[in-house]
Structures are given as C-alpha cells and as structure tokens.
Design a protein around this ligand. Sequence first.
Ligand code: NAD
Length: 334
Amino acid sequence: MTKVTVKKSALVCGAGGFIGGHLANRLKQEGFWVRGVDLKHGEFENSTCDSFILGDLRDRTFAEDVIDHKFDEVYQLAADMGGAGYVFSGANDANVMHNSALINLNVLDVCKNRDIKSVLFSSSACIYPEHNQLDPDTPNCAEDSAYPASPDSEYGWEKIFSERLYLAYNRNFDMNCRVARYHNIFGPYGTWTGGKEKAPAAISRKIALAQDGDSIDIWGDGLQTRSFLYVDECLEGTLRLMRSDIGEPVNIGSEEMVTINELAMLLIAISGKDLKINHIPGPLGVRGRNSDNRLIRKLLDWEPQEPLITGMERTYKWIAAEVAKQQTAGSFTV
Ligand code: NAD
C-alpha cells in the first residue's frame, strides 16, 4: 500500500519583506507547503512559496480568505516598519501604530477561529525602556526589564501592545503563541534604499557609492551602540522558538555590541576603500542597545554564534552588486 505523506503547512505573513522572504524559503527547504502573504512581492528574489497572495492584512475579510485552513505554523512578520529614519522621525507614528495593530488583531483572531495553535509574533528590541539604554556601554535588555514599559518610539509601543495580545490569546484561548524580540536583523535581500533601510544597509550603500578619498555621512556622533544579527541565525532562533514550549517573550539577537562608528569602519575595511566618516544630525534612537542572551541560552540551549564580520561581508557584497546593477542601468537615485 502506498503511504501518503501529508506535508505540513506554514503561513508567512510579510513574506514579501526581508525576514519573511528568507523564512518562507527556509520553510520550503524543510519540506513545508508554504503560503506567503504581503502587500507586495519580494523585491529582490523570486518567491519559492507554493502560494503567494497579495493583499492587505488590515482587511479582516482578506485575512479570513488567506488563513483558510488550520496551518501547522503561522509566522506573523507583517508590520509597517523601517529603520531609524522611518520609525524615529515621528512622521509615521500614527500609521505605524494603526497599521501594525490592525494586522496583529486580524491575523491572531482569525488563527484562533481556525483552531491554529502555533503563531509566532515578531516583536522587537524597541520595546525595552529608554531609561535602561542611556549608557552606550551597559544597556539593559534582559527580557524581564521590559516593565514598567517605556519604549522610545510608537513602533515599540505597538509591539508591546501586540506582545500582550498574543500572550492574552495563549491564556484565554489555549493557544501556543511565541514572541520573539528581534534585535537588528540584517543580511542580503533587505531594503537598502528608499528611506526604510536600516543602518547596516544604509552604510553599505553609501560606501558602495563612494570613491577613494570621499567621506560617508553617519547620523549622530556614531558612538551609539547596537548589536546586529545575521538573518540566517535569526531564522534558526525563530524556528527553534516556534517549536519550543516557551510561552514568554525571548530575545533573538547578537551580543556582539559595536558602536555605529565601528560598524562603519568594519564595512569600509570590507569594501577595501579609503574613506572617511562625516557626522551629521539625524534620527538616532536609544544611546545603547545590545541583546541579552541569558534567557535563550537557558531555555533553548542555543544562541547565535556567527561573528558580525561574516554576515557583514555577505551583506556588503550583495548591496555593492545591487548598486552596481542599478548604476549600469542608469536608474540609481540616492
Ligand atoms: P520588512 O518591512 O522587510 O517586512 C515587513 C513586510 O510586511 C513588508 O514586506 C510589508 O509590505 C508587509 N506589510 C506591511 N503592511 C502590511 C499589510 N497591511 N498587509 C500585508 N503585508 C503588510 O521588515 P522585516 O525586517 O522583514 O521585519 C519583519 C518583522 O520583524 C516585522 O514585524 C518587524 O517589525 C520585526 N522586526 C524586524 C527587525 C529587523 O531588524 N529587521 C527588528 C525587530 C523586529
């Protein structure tokens, strides 16, 4: 008798985005039947999803249409978000809160109605209180430091509201939602121009466009600290968390903290160019931030391992190639 194997199914909300696009590919490699949903197709890669549906998850009816059966795993990564220039300028606050909250309210409630238990929510290090991140050398981002809540952006406030929403559904509707607090994920196939890009991509683009002897602009004095996690390690942590029994929010980030000046110097060294750094005013976010991996080490017996330079080399190479492609096509605008 032939054994019929039924594939497990996964839904990736935000599959046209950076992390969602990588995640959908990874789930396909694992043998899942994958549906991706987004407002847009992935900009840089052909989707490998079995089904990719364009549409707006703020629309409840659309959410009901795409979440049409009991998916084994749902990854909710869709959000109205961007780097510091988008999130900290203040100009997008209302949209960020309204749009992302509506997406989470719809997706989670429809999942509950379809009896889906496993939903992973992509929260952020931006939920941590500003007053714990004033010192660039010793920021506190331990999971239990989140309360009393005092994020420095409306993006962070929406994330903390939605974290609580997912945890409330766990309690009241017997779901197994997981909450990942991502810390600055980077890698190829992310946004690198247009205003929503984050520091590693923005700095890489500036370097790729510069000639020996030029200066590249860095917002602020460059002494603010951050850590950055390569996307493949983010996916590994995400899948491990999803398939664990951890019902509390967990950091997924790197503990290799650098200043923005150090990041810029690393990328300049990778490029092999002779460039200087020019500091200009710009939106900055908190003074210091680093992942605290004590909880993930304890609960998952795992943490990211790859040194920053390895992922940055891959990312710079990819962005430099994209810049060169657009320059050749004559379509590049800064
Ligand atoms: P991204 O912007 O590349 O992807 C988000 C996707 O959501 C986009 O493709 C966008 O089109 C889609 N989207 C937005 N509104 C939608 C709507 N109404 N309906 C359907 N799709 C919609 O971002 P990313 O870097 O891939 O981040 C994924 C998730 O992880 C987000 O929730 C983000 O807040 C979170 N996160 C990311 C980082 C990071 O460093 N990249 C850090 C912390 C948290």
